[in-house]
Design a protein around this ligand. Structure first.
Ligand code: NAG
Length: 501
């Protein structure tokens, strides 16, 4: 009887491990055959010293900010590393290699060579979609990404693996099946530090819908769920040998996650006979490195700096967090303090350029217009809704001041664009605009920050009253800084320094 139980235990624990081990061994043994097949398909006959760099990017054809980073990196490798072939693991099974290359050219104006680029098409991308996991979405998507990475490694094990979409849970899978160097470019942490804080302080009291917030048992359960999730997320990230992050905001969050410890879960872990992701309980020694995504600023950087109109420009989607209301109040206060700005030779205008995505946005614009009317500023405020890009550029070429009031913005491409265009930024003193973008250059300011309405007014007034020489110098400084700091060249330098090779 007793020995029977033992055998069952042995079978349930040991057998899967043995099978997994044999499977991984077999994969690793056959990996060169598959690698060589890729080289052959690309017409590369001499494979000596040639390596495959795998980019895990299941949505490589989406055309967003994450894809800009991916394709800039691939194009960079193609230009500078003749011995490397880029492999992109994607779930875009409906697209062909040529179609993807064509779209990258049209969308980002990036030229990719088909000769050193290979695609591995993944069938199970559905598993990382949130619609697949109506409950326990985070967990489901993470497990899904592990299966997807499994499919990827099953099809081809590269020489280096880079996750460029934020699927940290793929890293332990890649170690287990491929045992190759690996790293990640992180745009956004899967689990935020806010969740981390709740986990740390073991307190409920976050916003939850219905059942969960009203039931202490569910609340505790959810907390435990986050806690376990955070633990494994942290362990997975530590599997990377290099980590790039897209901004100081993301860096702060990822660094906090890497430092996360959970003694209880660590000790529970020791009870399990085999560790899942490695390095349990160690604090990570990886240093994350900021590599800003490249911003396209070439055209704006040609706009003249002289003779700017007295236009205060806001470029932001009409979303609630952009806080357009605060812009109207600050502008109103400016007009109160300087009635001469209402009309005549020193008249000042506020122009709100932005997109409306849905009915909510349109009704927000309606509300803002009503507010302008109430404050009797119709003559001085103009709305430009859903304008084509060339019209946005035209405003950037004319304006003096670029206004942004969003609190804790993660980055702020619009502010980089202000600066590249020679528009002096006045932004909220928080987030990316404070820490990454509007920072001193050559020891002098490149713009202004404010928190309260009156501080915004003061900053705008400072720019409006600036001496001509000083003004041109600041515009030029802001431009040089933004163009250089957020350029493609800077991105490539950061990529080189990250230790990815
Ligand atoms: C980093 O990625 C996040 C998520 O996609 C995005 O919101 C943020 O603007 C990005 N930062 C930069 C510097 O592009």
């Amino acid at each position: 009887m007793l020995s029977g139980t033992k055998e069952i235990l042995l079978l349930t624990f040991i057998l899967p491990v043995v099978i997994l081990f044999i499977y991984a061994l077999q994969l690793r043994l056959s990996k060169n055959k598959r690698r060589n097949a890729v080289f052959r398909r690309l017409g590369i006959t001499n494979v000596d010293g040639k390596s495959l760099v795998g980019f895990f990017h299941p949505y490589c054809n989406a055309g967003g900010g994450g894809e800009l980073v991916l394709w800039t990196a691939v194009a960079f490798l193609q230009r500078t590393e003749p011995n490397l072939v880029s492999v992109v693991y994607t779930g875009d099974t409906d697209a062909t290699k040529d179609a993807i290359i064509g779209k990258v050219k049209a969308r980002f104006n990036i030229d990719l060579s088909p000769d050193s680029l290979h695609f591995v098409f993944l069938k199970s991308r559905r598993l990382v979609e949130d619609s697949t996991w109506p409950v326990f979405t985070l967990l489901g998507q993470s497990l899904g990404s592990m299966i997807l990475a499994w499919e990827a490694m099953h099809k081809l094990i590269p020489h280096i693996y880079i996750d460029t979409m934020g699927y940290a849970f793929t890293l332990p899978v890649v170690r287990m099946l491929g045992n190759i160097p690996r790293g990640a470019y992180v745009h956004y942490p899967t689990i935020s530090t806010i969740m981390l804080e709740r986990v740390k302080s073991r307190q409920a009291g976050y916003t939850n819908s219905g059942v969960i917030s009203s039931s202490p048992i569910f609340s505790k359960g959810k907390l435990l769920y986050y806690r376990i999730f955070m633990y494994y997320y942290c362990q997975s990230l530590k599997e990377a040998s290099f980590i790039m992050v897209n901004s100081s905001w993301t860096q702060a969050h990822v660094d906090a996650i890497l430092k996360h410890t959970d003694t209880l879960l660590d000790s529970l872990h020791c009870l399990i006979p085999f560790k899942l992701p490695g390095s349990v309980g160690q604090t990570s020694s990886i240093e994350t490195q900021i590599v800003y995504p490249p911003c396209e600023t070439r055209e704006m950087a040609q706009f003249p700096l002289k003779n700017r109109e007295r236009v205060i420009l806001s470029v932001a989607q009409f979303r609630p967090e952009k806080n357009h209301q605060a812009q109207l109040f600050a502008f109103y206060e400016l007009l109160v303090q300087h009635p001469e700005y209402r009309s005549g030779p020193s008249a000042v205008k506020l122009v709100l350029v932005g997109g409306c995505r849905n009915a909510g946005d349109f009704s927000r614009v309606k509300g803002l217009r009503a507010c302008v009317k109430d404050l009797k500023m119709e003559e001085n405020v103009e709305f430009v809704v859903n304008a084509p890009y060339h019209e946005v550029l035209a405003w950037l070429a004319r304006a003096s001041i670029g206004l942004s009031t969003m609190v804790d913005e993660h980055f702020g491409v619009n502010i980089v664009e202000f600066m590249a265009a020679g528009v002096i930024p006045v932004t909220h003193a928080s987030g990316g605009p404070l820490n990454d973008i509007v920072v001193p250059f050559e020891g002098r300011p490149t713009g202004y920050h404010a928190t309260e309405t009156l501080a915004f007014v003061e900053a705008m007034q400072t720019v409006l009253a600036m001496l001509k020489d000083e003004e041109i110098a600041m515009r030029s400084r802001a431009r040089r800084w933004a163009v250089q700091r957020f350029s493609r060249e800077e991105f490539e330098k950061g990529w080189e320094k990250s230790g990815w090779k």
